[in-house]
Design a protein around this ligand. Structure first.
Ligand SMILES: Cc1cc2nc3c(=O)[nH]c(=O)nc-3n(C[C@H](O)[C@H](O)[C@H](O)COP(=O)(O)OP(=O)(O)OC[C@H]3O[C@@H](n4cnc5c(N)ncnc54)[C@H](O)[C@@H]3O)c2cc1C
Length: 417
């Protein structure tokens, strides 16, 4: 840890503002690609350690990530009140990665990269096109060739639809085998549906007695603390789990933006935004990890080759448009959430749906996916989206609403509810 005074700015090639998920994946990628000659500073008021979140994502088996996984599954369930569907994801797999190993790997990389850590908030960022000056809360100043900024921030302007993915999960330990470790529950829509929004539960087992059981909502507003506990208790009961034989070992809470509002990925020439702040959160699902991982690799490869650290956009423009339409259709009540996902998985191979949700399908595959949704509400949402875009062009920019900052917490031994 250093303190650099105004009279002696710290000169670096790369300053990472924010040292969370995106920055940790980037540090590991720089190390993996053998980048050794860069001067790097990391500025974050918090040094991330331990289990503060659990990432679930899908993808092909990956020799770099797989040693860090807590679990992975070839089979997942998508359940609606009408049916339970078991999907074989081959050649993909659904995976669970806890934050601890990711932060540990990043800390090792940070040492090998001889990066300078400043444990204070970055405050102002001034880009004069040749370098970027960062003023830090402890009075220090960093001058960087490039800034990679993953500090949480609101979007540049309000979205046409602004929802949140908000959830609470319990790490449950059971007295006897009650979970099937061969299979994860990806989405279980048998939960009571909110008046405006979508809810589902899911189960990620790491063994036959230990699993993360979560209740999630995609909706405009948060629940109360008691509301999450009540919803999760009801889901536990729906799963037929006997509370007398269960202990809640940890609690995980989160809020992730789901909006078509813009998150500019390159606000100034030498500042690149990564992670949620850079648009890596997929508006229609809240999934972020795969795009962050992909972008970390692209940035590291570019730097290793002596090129500017600018990744490809997190998602193609046409995917952002499709997400805007889908969110609108869900929000305006034209399409029911369970029905929407049910049709997607019913009419497409699971692998295609998952690759679509990651933003890596071809246009032909996307037509097939869009054709599997109900046509009329989607046409109405497309027309509504187009009209709203036109109106937005004709009137001054609406300010961004205050999106609640991500609420993150892992608390030991919470009451089982
Ligand atoms: C509990 C939880 C579970 C999630 N699960 C999944 C999942 O299963 N799958 C998935 O794809 N996505 C998931 N996400 C979404 C996403 O992957 C994570 O939020 C991810 O951590 C985003 O990485 P990030 O670097 O953008 O933000 P963060 O990891 O939140 O990092 C931002 C960093 O910026 C720092 N910071 C804040 N202010 C300043 C400042 N002024 N100066 C410097 N630093 C600052 C913070 O201290 C923090 O360390 C989850 C999110 C949460 C909260």
């Amino acid at each position: 840890m250093v303190r650099v005074t105004d009279s002696a700015p710290l000169d670096v090639d790369l300053a990472l503002l924010g040292g969370g998920g995106a920055a940790s994946l980037l540090l590991a990628a720089l190390d993996r690609h053998g980048v050794r000659d860069l001067r790097i500073a990391i500025v974050d008021p918090v040094r991330r350690r331990g289990q503060d979140r659990t990432w679930a994502f899908w993808g092909s088996p990956d020799p770099d990530l797989d040693p860090l996984l807590s679990a992975s599954w070839q089979q997942v369930e998508v359940t609606t009140p009408a049916r339970r569907r078991v999907l074989d994801l081959t050649p993909l797999r659904y995976a669970m990665l806890r934050s601890g190993p990711v932060y540990d790997r990043a800390a090792d990389a940070e040492r090998r990269l001889r990066a300078t850590r400043i444990v204070a908030p970055a405050e102002t960022v001034t880009d004069d096109r040749t370098r970027v000056v960062v003023r830090v809360g402890d009075g220090s100043v960093v001058r960087a060739g490039w800034v990679l900024d993953s500090r949480p921030r609101p979007p540049a302007r309000a979205g046409r639809t602004t929802w949140l993915q908000h959830f609470r999960g319990w790490w449950l330990e059971a007295d006897r085998p009650v979970f099937d470790p061969q299979r994860a529950v990806l989405m279980d829509f048998r939960t009571p549906q909110p008046p405006r929004g979508v809810s589902f539960g899911y189960v990620l087992p790491v063994g036959d007695r230990y699993a993360l059981v979560e209740y999630t909502e995609f909706s405009p507003g948060l629940l109360t603390d008691a509301g999450y506990d009540a919803a999760l208790t009801a889901y536990r009961d729906l799963l037929g789990l006997d509370p007398a034989g269960l202990r809640v070992r940890e609690v995980e809470n989160g809020v992730i933006p789901m909006t078509d509002a813009p998150f500019p990925a390159r606000p100034t020439p030498r500042v690149v935004r990564l992670g949620t702040a850079g648009g890596a959160t997929r508006p229609s699902t809240g999934f972020t990890f795969s795009a962050m991982y992909r972008q970390a690799d692209q940035v590291a490869r570019a730097l290793a080759a002596g090129r500017p650290p600018v990744p490809e956009p997190a998602y193609p423009r046409r995917h952002r448009w499709m997400d805007a339409v889908a969110l609108r259709a869900l929000d305006r009540g034209g399409v029911g959430g369970p029905e929407f996902f049910d049709r997607l998985f019913d009419r497409n191979p699971a692998e295609r749906v998952l690759r679509f949700l990651d933003g890596v399908t071809s246009p032909a595959e996307e037509v097939a996916v869009m054709n599997s949704t109900r046509l009329l509400p989607m046409i109405a949402a497309t027309a509504g989206d187009a009209t709203q875009r036109l109106r937005d062009r004709l009137r001054p920019t609406r300010p961004a609403p205050a999106v609640p900052a991500a609420v993150v917490g892992v608390a030991p031994e919470a009451p089982p509810g």
